[in-house]
Write a protein that binds this ligand. Structure first.
Ligand code: BTN
Length: 237
């Protein structure tokens, strides 16, 4: 693993949280846990992390200002999608901005956070061989083994780290190619969506992505808006 350092542990509360405390960890430190007692997701949600999933965080101590790294998050989704396709032969789709779905159920979530050491932490949770989900997640979460049989988690981890190293090398030089791949597999595009911001809900039509992965939508009054955060549901009610 070209200069990257893999640290494997059995259980932590959250690999993102623990990696944040590792002040001297160098660029390319990967912290991987078999389970998390307090896995975290976007928008302050929890991420169910029982045995059978792959939970890892990667520290990218890049020097660029954060405003220049906005496309890193969607590129991470492409790296994970490629790894799952290669290692498990499962063809997933990307739900904006950073969830991977198979047949309508979420199999992976990605949480990008600012690293206190400098740069960013990419946190990735993949449901590989999760035997059962809590009742409230059963209809919305899926595990890759349901689609391809038992997942070789070592092989998937290895392929994923390779892909993340590619991402790191090609972050600017191949940005356009990666972003086109993201759009080609993004299930949120070209459909009616529901924008969810706190208690507020508004219907919109998802048109396209800008060069950093922000979502361009058309509102019912015909105006367009660029969405950079919050939740975009693809099942409007
Ligand atoms: C989401 O679904 O909103 C994102 C989920 C991200 C989960 C991963 S698992 C590894 C890392 N540690 C965490 O606490 N969260 C991320």
């Amino acid at each position: 693993m070209e200069q990257w350092k893999l640290i494997s542990v059995q259980e932590v509360d959250s690999t993102n949280s623990v990696l944040k405390t590792m002040e001297d960890a160098p660029h390319g430190t990967v912290l991987c846990a078999q389970r998390q007692s307090g896995g975290r997701g976007r928008l302050g949600r929890s991420f169910s992390s029982p045995e059978g999933g792959l939970y890892l965080s990667v520290l990218l101590r890049r020097g660029e200002p954060l405003a220049e790294l906005l496309h890193l998050t969607p590129m991470a989704a492409v790296a994970v999608r490629r790894a799952i396709l290669d290692a498990c032969a499962v063809d997933t789709q990307i739900k904006w901005i950073n969830d991977l779905y198979k047949d309508g159920r979420k199999v992976c979530g990605i949480l990008t956070e600012v690293a206190p050491q400098g740069g960013v932490i990419l946190g990735i949770g993949i449901n590989c061989n999760v035997p059962a989900f809590p009742l409230e997640l059963r209809e919305i979460a899926g595990s890759l083994h349901e689609f391809c049989g038992a997942v070789d988690q070592e092989a998937l981890l290895h392929r994923l780290i390779q892909g993340l190293q590619e991402l790191d090398r090609e972050l600017f030089s191949s940005k356009k190619v990666w972003m086109e791949e993201y759009a080609a597999h993004c299930l949120t595009l070209n459909r009616e969506v529901l924008l969810i911001r706190g208690e507020e809900r508004s219907k919109a039509f998802a048109l396209s992505l800008d060069e950093n992965g922000a979502l361009l939508v058309r509102l019912p009054d015909g105006t367009t808006e660029t969405v950079t955060t919050g939740e975009v549901s693809v099942r409007p009610q």
